[in-house]
Structures are given as structure tokens and as C-alpha cells.
Design a protein around this ligand. Sequence first.
Ligand SMILES: Cc1cn([C@H]2C[C@H](O)[C@@H](COP(=O)(O)OP(=O)(O)O[C@H]3O[C@H](C)C(=O)[C@H](O)[C@H]3O)O2)c(=O)[nH]c1=O
Length: 149
Amino acid sequence: MIEGVVITPLKQIFDERGKVMHMLREDSEQFIRFGEIYFSCTNPGAIKAWHLHKQMTLNYAVIYGEIKCVLYDDRPDSKTRGQIDEYFLSPENYCLITVPPLVWNGFKGLGTKVSIVANCATIPHDPLEIERKSAFDSSIPYDWGIQHK
Ligand SMILES: Cc1cn([C@H]2C[C@H](O)[C@@H](COP(=O)(O)OP(=O)(O)O[C@H]3O[C@H](C)C(=O)[C@H](O)[C@H]3O)O2)c(=O)[nH]c1=O
């Protein structure tokens, strides 16, 4: 796992009316501070990548649909420099993925419906603290196409 990334399994509480999905509480080990929560909705097959936040710690949970979330570490001082990690996130694999600043991240919508990624972030959205690259930028060694094995 990329240095500084934390995966926390999350609880869902079901009853005949529906369910409650946990996400983040102030007494969680992963809680740093509250900046903003927003929901990124991704169409099937769409790729939202690459983003790098210079200051924001991300806390992602996929509350609906399914995404492939990909992380790439190019931090010069990181023990996991050069590593790519893939996570398949959905209510069926319901967890919080905490991503520290300076780790490249992106995701692709899977399945046949819109996917909703909640981000409970440590600072409010600020376009000036985000760096972006095309999903197909050759400086990141990742192919977003489906890999048939
Ligand atoms: C998040 C946000 C976005 N915007 C504007 C900026 C763009 O004009 C437009 C789409 O934003 P963006 O291309 O950044 O959307 P996503 O690719 O879904 O990414 C966003 O959601 C994923 C999960 C990330 O964590 C990104 O950091 C976050 O930016 O909404 C705002 O005006 N306010 C906001 O709070």
C-alpha cells in the first residue's frame, strides 16, 4: 500500500426500511479536520483523472455504484515512490480510503449506473491547490483500459 494511505472498512446498518452507511466521525483515527464534503458523480466508463492535491487529505467512500480508484505515488521522499495501487470501491466493498496530499489519484466509473464518490475533505475545494494531468499522460505508468487476462 502506498505510504500514508489508509483503508478503513465501514459499517452499513441494514433493516427492512433501507440502511445507514457510516463514513467519518470526529473520534475516528482518520479524522484530521473538516473542510468540505462533496459528491463526485461519475458516469459508467468515464475517467476522472489525474488529480493531485497539494494540501487536501481526501476521505473517499463510494455510496452508490462502483469505481476503480487508482493511486500513483511519485513523492521523492516516499518509501513507495513509483507504486500504483488499484481499489475497487462500492457499497459491496464499503470502506473509507484516506489519501494524503501529494499522491496522484483518479477513478473510473464501472458497471452500468452512475457512481457516487463522497469526499469528506480536510479543506474546502480550492482549484489552486489541485494539479491535474490527462488520464493518458505518459508520465504516469497506468493504462485505464480493461485488462483481459
Ligand atoms: C469539488 C468541486 C468542484 N467544483 C467545480 C470545479 C470544476 O469546474 C467542476 C468539476 O470539478 P472536478 O473536475 O474537480 O471534478 P471531479 O473530477 O469530480 O473531482 C472532484 O471530486 C473528486 C472526488 C476529487 O477528489 C477531486 O479533487 C474533486 O475536484 O466543479 C467546485 O466549484 N466546487 C467543488 O467543491
